[in-house]
Ligand binder design. Structure first.
Ligand SMILES: Cc1ncc(COP(=O)(O)O)c(C=O)c1O
Length: 392
């Protein structure tokens, strides 16, 4: 049977990784055993205490029914306490917190709640591709704003203000930034809030990486008055190694929460109660938890430095988050060329920067997810491949 897909899918292509993973799959079937350094799915387990809560709670008879659309109070309270403890942000657990099945889900809810044809949205280039694909589904227009090394990967507000901003409704921002690894700062967040106020734009700050390789997590909502113009998305995927559990949150003014619920409550129902109880436990974890996770990421990052040096790439050591972003050597035209060379000659997959936007064309991104041995093996494969001779 053939059936016409809805025209809203017109501009939405298959996610790059889904296509590339198929290619990697077929290379693996040929016996290539590709080392995948592309995808950012945390390989470390959550805390055993968290798993125990899930196990114990699942065994109870009265936790298997539908849950409320706004999550259970235990999870919402844990989120509010977590925001207070780590970000010094006070939020009302009942009216300003909305549990989500991951922050990716929240991006869709926000787009569906606020956007339609005729609206414009500021989107970082390079940035997380889901912002653009979800905006495309609504018929709104994407207005990319460039992040570059020259601007230290921060928005150039003067350049943005030269555009016609009259129909701009939302602006996506994300610090620590993926893929560039640029950390946020109070100064930058103050500028963003002032910009949003000046132009009546709703800021969507996506903050899933603030605990990874970062000693001082900050929230955009710590800027006075931010809740009037901003929504923050957050997630347990990376901070607590729970990506597959699908646990995230949206913090916003109560009016925004109610608006978003008008869409979300028609799309899904509350999460499994034991998952929410386990998430509440995870959010209580202390500094030691984050320290030991970051210790492991640090040792992997050292290996990635070695690998990038071998490839003659240049990079900043100030990056935070779960990836390393690096500029390719001038011997390659773009990141795709380098990534394909490494894939076909050394059986190692790394991500070309252009999948995050045109400004990423001369860059590659390497994920820190994976056992240290995998990084050592990848280095060994690259060292013994023809790529190295080519570089000499
Ligand atoms: C910038 C950014 N935002 C959001 C997400 C989605 O995370 P979650 O697992 O919370 O849906 C990712 C995941 O890769 C990401 O890189």
């Amino acid at each position: 049977m053939t059936i016409q897909t809805a025209s809203r899918l017109g501009n939405v292509k298959e996610y790059y990784f889904s296509k590339k993973l198929r290619e990697i799959d077929s290379l693996n079937k040929e016996g290539k055993n590709i080392i995948n350094l592309g995808i950012g799915s945390p390989d470390l387990p959550p805390s055993p205490e968290v798993i125990k809560v899930l196990q114990d709670a699942s065994a109870l008879p009265n936790v298997h029914g539908y849950q409320g659309y706004k999550g259970i109070p235990e999870f919402r309270n844990a989120i509010a306490n977590w925001y207070q403890k780590w970000y010094s942000v006070t939020v009302n657990a009942d009216t300003e917190v909305l549990p989500l099945m991951g922050s990716k889900e929240g991006i869709m809810h926000i787009c569906m709640t606020y956007l339609e044809k005729g609206d414009k949205v500021l989107v970082p280039n390079p940035g997380y591709p889901t912002y653009s694909s979800n905006i495309n589904l609504t018929g709104a227009e994407i207005l990319p704003y460039n992040l570059s090394d020259k601007n230290d990967w921060q928005p150039d507000f003067e350049a943005i203000e030269k555009e016609d901003l009259s129909n701009v409704k939302l602006m996506f921002v994300n610090y620590p930034q993926m893929p560039t690894g640029k950390n946020g700062s109070i100064e930058l967040f103050e500028k963003l809030v002032a910009f949003a106020k000046k132009h009546s734009i709703l800021l969507i700050h996506d903050n899933p990486y603030s605990f990874i390789l970062n000693d001082h997590p900050i929230s955009l909502l710590s800027i006075p008055g931010a809740l009037d113009v901003a929504i923050e998305l957050n997630s347990l995927s990376k901070s607590h190694n729970m990506a597959g559990w699908r646990l995230g949150m949206l913090i916003a003014h109560s009016d925004r929460i109610n608006e978003i619920l008008r869409f979300k409550s028609n799309m899904d129902s509350g999460m499994f109660k034991p998952l929410q109880l386990a998430a509440a436990k995870a959010l209580e974890l202390g500094k030691e938890w984050h320290e030991q996770v970051n210790e492991i990421y640090r040792s992997r990052r050292d290996k990635v430095y070695e690998l990038l040096d071998l490839l003659d790439c240049t990079y900043s050591k100030d990056q935070v988050g779960m990836f390393m972003w690096a500029k390719i050597p001038s011997t390659y035209n773009n990141g795709i060329e380098l990534a394909d060379d490494v894939l076909y000659k050394a059986n190692v997959f790394i991500t070309p920067g252009s999948i995050f936007g045109s400004e990423g064309d001369k860059y590659i991104r390497i994920s820190l997810c994976g056992d240290i041995q995998r990084f050592e093996d990848a280095i060994h494969r690259i060292e013994s491949s023809t790529i190295i001779n080519q570089m000499k």
